[in-house]
Design a protein around this ligand. Structure first.
Ligand code: PTJ
Length: 246
């Protein structure tokens, strides 16, 4: 693949494409991950490739939910791992949440490859290779999960989720934080908190917001959560996109 010069106006976007394509070639990213990424790019274009005010608001609420969690878990799939491994590992250490690999197109080769990919970058608590539980109500591979991870978690961060599992997790009584740049997707509308933003911007911003919560007291944090309404915030995202277009 040709190296993208840093001076290229679409450098960041092209680098992300290269990561996804390389991930497909190495068997880490599903072929459908190319399509999912393209869909994400289209929404990012509509947003002006920046975090919208509603994205900032959701990220703050998500940080508040994560600090109140007793057993948070971060769900990782192929696209998420190759785009944001280092930041996901940092986040997992900050909040004491294991990374659990959970794939729609599950194969043992992909699970092993992604486990190695994350461990080589410093992750020391990667779950997913030996699932011992199932999420009720899902009839595909994403139902497989680990008792010490997703199954017993109270709050799950689920970047690039599919609608079915997002709903099944909520039906299990879990609180979910979905990162999906499409504010209209079923996952976005089902989540407790949706960060409608691009993943590689969303994770560092979430880390920054978690740092910022260090000097807040419990009452402030509970108020931030109580003041946040996900569907209302998604409506704002749609309005912000249409304002951006006009
Ligand atoms: O690795 P696997 O086997 O679990 O498969 C993962 C994919 C992504 C292929 C699978 O979950 C899938 O098909 O996803 P969907 O249903 O296409 O959903 C992806 C959603 O994520 C869409 O709403 C996209 O707009 C959004 N999205 C894609 N890339 C990004 C994104 N949101 C934020 N940041 C991105 N980089």
């Amino acid at each position: 693949m040709m190296a993208v010069p840093k001076s290229h106006p679409r450098y960041e976007s092209l680098k992300k494409r290269e990561l996804i394509i390389k991930g497909v070639k190495e068997g880490l990213v599903a072929e459908a991950g190319l399509i999912a990424h393209g869909r994400g790019e289209a929404f990012d274009y509509l947003m002006g490739e920046r975090t919208l005010p509603s994205g900032h608001r959701a990220s703050l609420a998500a940080a508040a939910l994560l600090v109140t969690a007793k057993h948070p878990v971060i769900s990782v799939n192929g696209n998420t791992a190759v785009l944001a491994a280092e930041d996901l590992i940092l986040l997992s250490e900050m909040i004491g949440a294991p990374l659990e690999i959970n794939l729609f197109y599950r194969t043992e080769e992909r699970i092993a490859g992604l486990t190695k990919y994350l461990e080589e970058r410093g992750a020391n608590n990667v779950l997913g290779a030996n699932p011992d539980k199932q999420i009720p109500g899902i009839d595909h591979a994403r139902s497989l999960c680990c008792d010490e991870g997703i199954f017993s978690a109270d709050v799950i961060l689920v970047p690039l989720e599919d609608g079915d599992r997002a709903k099944a997790l909520v039906d299990m009584g879990k609180k979910t934080i979905v990162i999906d740049i499409n504010p209209m997707s079923r996952s976005s509308r089902t989540a407790t908190i949706t960060i409608a933003d691009e993943l590689t911007r969303a994770i560092p911003l979430l880390i920054q917001n978690l740092e910022g919560l260090k000097d807040k007291n419990e009452a402030d944090i509970m108020k931030m959560l109580a003041d946040f309404d996900n569907l209302d915030n998604l409506k704002r995202t749609e309005q912000e996109i249409s304002e951006n277009l006009s």
